[in-house]
Write a protein that binds this ligand. Sequence first.
Ligand SMILES: [Mg+2]
Length: 223
Amino acid sequence: MRDVLHADVREQLKSLKLDPSRPLIVSDADEVIFAFVRGLEAFLLDNGHFLDLKSFALSGNIRDSETGEPVSATDVKQLIEGFFDQRTEQIEPVDGAAEALTALSERAEVLVLSNVPLHRREARSRALAKHGMDFPLIANIGTKGGAMAFLVRQREAPVFFLDDIPHNIASVARTAADVIRLHFVADPRLRRLLGAAEDAHERIDDWPQARGYIESRLAEFGF
Ligand SMILES: [Mg+2]
């Protein structure tokens, strides 16, 4: 079901201690805070595969290094699981993410909403802390509209949402229409494969610009 809030995600959200009077910035991790594709590519090369990005998808674009053939959906799933199991903590941050989010955290609360597998949540938290982004992290399941609907409840200050995947942005537009939605794609190759998400207010692909945009919107709202 689309936009549904998974029980395991609800539990995590309920344990957050957020101040509803402050603005909230909710950022995705992979391809927004962390250089996911670059990290995955290195993992694949170390494991007998390579990434041949012809579209904004992993399925069909992961190939066997020996045969050059695209691998099956099952193998794609296993390789991505292997990546999260072995490299979640080693993944590199996107340039400028820590500086921008640290500056923004003086004017707003920052929350990371990532579809990292639940059992890798601690490893992802350690990666965030290691790179100066010790913000609360929710391991989401499915599209993100359910979690965002939960987060905007009873909040009077503006809420921002950043993600690279258009269907997450569409999901948030359906469930939490007032949220200011930024489409952010860190990897330049992916950027070229993906047009603007229809349901985003802005398309911004680098952190200094995203920070500037969020700060100017905060000022408009008097924060
Ligand atoms: Mg992402």
